[in-house]
Structure formats: C-alpha cells, structure tokens
Design a binder for this molecule. Sequence first.
Ligand SMILES: [Zn+2]
Length: 135
Amino acid sequence: MPNTGTEKENSCAHCHKPLFGRTDKRFCNDTCRNTFNRQKTENQKLQASANLPEIFRIIKRNYEILKENCPQVLDHDENMLVNAKEFLKTGFSPKFFTSVHITSYGEIWYCCFELGFRIGEDYAFIRHFPEQAIV
Ligand SMILES: [Zn+2]
C-alpha cells in the first residue's frame, strides 16, 4: 500500500520511483497523482459497499426493536415512550435508519421504514409515520 509511512519519503506515492527536487513532492507527474487519487477513491467505494450487508442487518434489527417496543399502530401524533437507557441496551443502533421525517414544527424523527424514533435524555419516543415507508 502506498503512503503507509513505510516507504522512503522521496519516492512517488503511486509508482514508487525516486523523486528528485522539492522535498514536498509526492508524485512524479500529474498522471501518477491522478491515478493515485482515482484508485484511492475506488478503494474507499469498495470499502463502503463491503459494509452494506452488515448495515442492512443493523437496520433490520433496529426495525425489529422498534416494532417490539411499539407493537400496536398508534394514532397520528401519538408517541410510545420507552426508557432511553433500556431502549439502547437492546442493541438499537441510532446511527442507521432509512429516512428522516421533519414535522411542520421542525422536530426531526429518524425512521426505520414506517417507525420513527427520537432519543432524549430520559425517554426514547417511537411514532408511526406510514408515509415514510412509501417510495
Ligand atoms: Zn510516479
């Protein structure tokens, strides 16, 4: 892997040929720089897609946890209240969700399909947003 710090500082980060001249030079030329940067971007894309199955699994688990904590369909604007600490102990991962719903008064709800959640200091709130599960 280029640029790991193990190679000599005065060689091209792409083709590893020795570099002469300015000590802050990292590449022989524009071609090496462009190729290096393109490959770096492609590697980052590959790394991101490698995590997709795990992220899908987390979202599915989040949805199941929301459903377990809010089994019946609530009326519009009605919340289910759950102890926030207990809720997070279930393994719920607030980082992953499928959509965001912002109410007319600016409240942000993160949704896993039709189930929205907000996590406060004491309580986690769960609410139904059927329209969030419609494409
Ligand atoms: Zn080079």
